[in-house]
Ligand binder design. Structure first.
Ligand code: ADP
Ligand code: MG
Length: 724
């Protein structure tokens, strides 16, 4: 079928689409976590001692002895087999944003030719995929290719079903033969431990005696687009790059703001319900869903969970979202900017830290004492974002997120903190020494009780801030929709650990001088705000004025592209930060820089090749075919004495020629190989290659507006964006 024929047929087919009915949905109580080997199930399946040991490991992250692992493995296998599983797989998270699996059968044969199932503690604990199949940066050069996966008991095992069977999935870490982290889970677990250690110090200094292990929490709001598969399958760019590399703006886009929170189309709602039932079975607490700003764009957010579990669940959600969408005749686009000129997709990472004894430490609470702890933790975040803004920018850097950040629809590429009016005032008062320091009944009356007794919902939201306080958590809004949340969580936990360490040291000194707690807190926070208060910004982050001021007056960095952002991972201060906190060794960090830069270059190169290919084989032929029609019509008409206006033909010819000239330049740019450094190669991609891709596109999009509709080979924006 020719390209334009497949486009026209897609338009035909889509008119006959119906929602795909699923089996009668079960009540939540029947399906919740039915496919998860969670604590409740373990309590039922394990002996009392084994369960106690397991529970302790899950709740504190402490080690598990091999004997208990054997017992757990046996119980896990029994349960999985009873649910139809014949295979198990360690599931792990390499340095790319993907999820990886290696499946093994439970089967072993006996000498009589019979088959039985077996699963020991050692199989549960350790797997051995080939480490060289995954990007590992410089680690590949220095180490053997061997890689290991190891069970992470703090994230529950679960069953994945297909139409033909089930597999037991075991969340795991992934490391090299010499023990270096090759994945996103190990640093996340380590960053949590670092944060716990530093937070414990601060809490003890503040007089807390009973302190449970602290954990970070994450609730991620996922935005995505759905496009009918009939259209998606006719677009090589959607299939291979996940975004449209060409496409003129439709007559109607999002200018009416009529999609946000509008009625969800029936087909989409049926997809969502099917998807959410699958999430419930996996113990993933899907909580909200709605239309997003752009037509064809939606959001789903689960209730927040412990960061490690939330990160695993988030990966699983992305996988399931794509497969379930397919079942419903949609392609799910997780790309940050699938359509030019239309809002892109992000993943807001809501983050807080706390434990069972002191609660959420980013919750202002109701009493002055809780306020003091809150102020310290909140101050620690402010310091972290100020000192490590470029790191936060680096962990959300990707070729695809570059399209979104700073594009006046998503947070700017300048990292600042939004606190909301009231809280900003509290911190400004502290900085300027305006807080009353009178003693009252032995305890310092900071005059803060009233100020901080604000409603949990801080009222106004600042959609333009990349990092906003939202009542009892921070929301990192600049994260990209296709990214793993692990990287941002690692950066946040680690910078917090560093700041809490700094605070503990200062607090200790102040308390040593005989200050009482409140005096000490105010002194420390005053110093903190003097050094780092510049990062607090409550205004319009999209405005040109801020872009200017942030840099010139506040000394913040505007880091527009991934090529500019990733080198932060090589900065001495960042290397030291991760090393001090024992989250990533310098070698591990360097390997990340290499993997992420390579991915950046590769994804731009793949897109550039596609641009060349599509321009040459789809768009140019359509233009030429239209020109040939115009020419023969013109000749025929001239023969009967009628003059056809030639301006369209001239415009089409001019754009077709200019497009092919740009294609020539882009092809030549792709030949270049002599880069002196990775940094230089990335800059070349960011400036030269991207620029030429845009040049090709501008002519192609102009052609789309000229060439006869019936000849146009690619489904158009207006067809793809409005779901029927
Ligand atoms: P909004 O779109 O208004 O920002 P949503 O309800 O879509 O809010 O998403 C907010 C996310 O923040 C949810 O995942 C929610 O569970 C999560 N969240 C709420 N409180 C906390 C907290 N203390 N720590 C981490 N995440 C939280
Ligand atoms: Mg939201």
């Amino acid at each position: 079928m020719s390209a334009n024929a497949s486009r026209l047929q897609a338009i035909q087919n889509i008119s006959n689409r119906k929602p795909v009915a699923v089996e009668k949905p079960d009540p939540l109580g029947n399906i919740w976590a039915e496919d998860v080997f969670n604590l409740a199930r373990m309590e039922w399946a394990l002996s009392k001692t084994a369960f106690k040991a397991m529970k302790k490991t899950v709740q504190t992250g402490g080690p598990l002895d091999p004997a208990t692992a054997d017992v757990v493995a046996a119980a896990m296998k029994e349960w999985a087999v009873s649910k139809g599983a014949k295979f198990f797989s360690h599931i792990f998270y390499p340095m790319t944003n993907i999820t990886a699996e290696k499946h093994d059968g439970f089967i072993i044969t006996n000498p009589d030719g019979g088959a039985i199932t077996e699963f020991s503690g050692s199989l549960l604990i350790k797997g051995e995929p080939d480490g060289s199949s995954f990007p590992n940066g410089s680690l590949r050069m220095t180490n053997a290719a061997r890689g290991y996966t190891a069970w992470d008991p703090t994230s529950p095992a679960f069953i994945m079903h297909t139409d033909n069977g089930a597999t037991l999935m075991i969340p795991s870490v992934f490391m090299s033969w010499t023990g270096e982290a090759l994945d996103k889970k190990i640093p996340l677990l380590r960053s949590n431990a670092a944060m716990d250690l530093a937070a414990q110090k601060v809490l003890r200094l503040m007089g807390e005696t009973e302190i449970a292990t602290l954990n970070s929490s994450c609730g991620a709001e996922q935005e995505y687009f759905l496009v009918d598969t009939h259209f998606a399958n006719s677009r090589p760019d959607l299939l291979l790059a996940g975004r449209t590399l060409f496409g003129a703006s439709p007559a109607k886009g999002q200018e009416f703001d009529d999609h946000y929170f509008g009625a969800i189309p029936a087909r989409v709602q049926v997809f969502m319900q099917d998807y959410e039932d699958q999430l419930y079975k996996l113990g993933i607490p899907a909580k909200t869903h709605h239309n997003e700003v752009a037509p064809g764009q939606f959001e789903i957010a689960p209730y927040f969970e412990a960061a490690n579990v939330a990160a695993d669940h988030q990966q699983l959600m992305m996988t399931l979202m794509k497969s379930t969408a397919k079942k419903h005749g949609f392609m799910c686009l997780l790309h940050e900017k699938p359509f030019a000129g239309i809002n892109g997709s992000g993943k807001h990472v809501n983050w807080s830290v706390g434990n069972s004894t002191q609660g959420n430490l980013l919750d202002p609470g109701k009493t002055p004492h809780e306020n003091l702890l809150f102020l310290l933790f909140c101050g620690a975040v402010i310091r972290g974002v100020h000192l490590y803004g470029p790191l936060l920018r680096a962990v959300i850097a990707s070729a695809s997120n570059d399209h979104r950040l700073g594009a006046n629809e998503a947070p700017p590429a300048i990292l600042s903190v939004y606190l909301g009016d009231q809280l900003e005032k509290v911190f400004t008062d502290i900085k300027e020494g305006r807080v009353s320091q009178k003693s009252d009944g032995g305890e310092m009356d900071l005059g803060l009780a009233q100020i901080l007794n604000f409603e949990r919902d801080p009222g106004d939201r600042n959609r333009t801030s990349p990092f906003a306080f939202t009542g009892n958590r921070f929301e990192f809004r600049a994260v990209g929709s296709s990214q793993s949340v692990a990287g941002p969580l690692v950066a946040m936990n680690t910078m917090l650990a560093d700041s809490l360490g700094w605070i503990a040291e200062k607090l200790e000194a102040e308390l040593g001088k005989g200050s009482n707690q409140a005096e000490a807190v105010v002194t420390v926070l005053k110093a903190l705000m003097n050094e780092h208060g510049n990062v607090v910004f409550g205004g319009d982050g999209y405005s040109a004025e801020w872009h200017e001021k942030a840099v010139t007056e506040r000394g913040l960095k505007n880091i527009p592209t991934t090529a500019d952002a990733l080198p932060a991972l090589r900065e001495e201060s960042v290397v030291k930060l991760f090393e001090r906190a024992a989250v990533l060794s310098p070698v591990e960090l360097e390997s990340r820089f290499e993997v992420y830069s390579e991915q950046y270059v590769l994804s731009i190169e793949v897109e550039a090749k596609l641009v060349i290919d599509m321009a040459k084989t789809l768009i140019y032929p359509a233009a030429v075919s239209y020109l040939s029609t115009l020419a023969s019509t013109g000749t025929n008409m001239a023969s009967i004495g009628v003059e056809l206006d030639q301006s369209t033909a001239k415009t089409v010819a001019a754009h077709a020629n200019a497009m092919m000239e740009a294609v020539g330049k882009l092809s030549a740019a792709m030949e270049k190989e002599d880069f002196s450094s990775t940094e230089e190669h990335m800059q070349f991609c960011a400036k030269e290659v991207r620029g030429l891709m845009n040049e090709v596109r501008s002519h192609a999009d102009a052609l789309e507006a000229e060439v006869a509709d019936e000849l146009w080979p690619l489904p158009k924006y207006q067809e793809m964006l409005f779901i029927k």
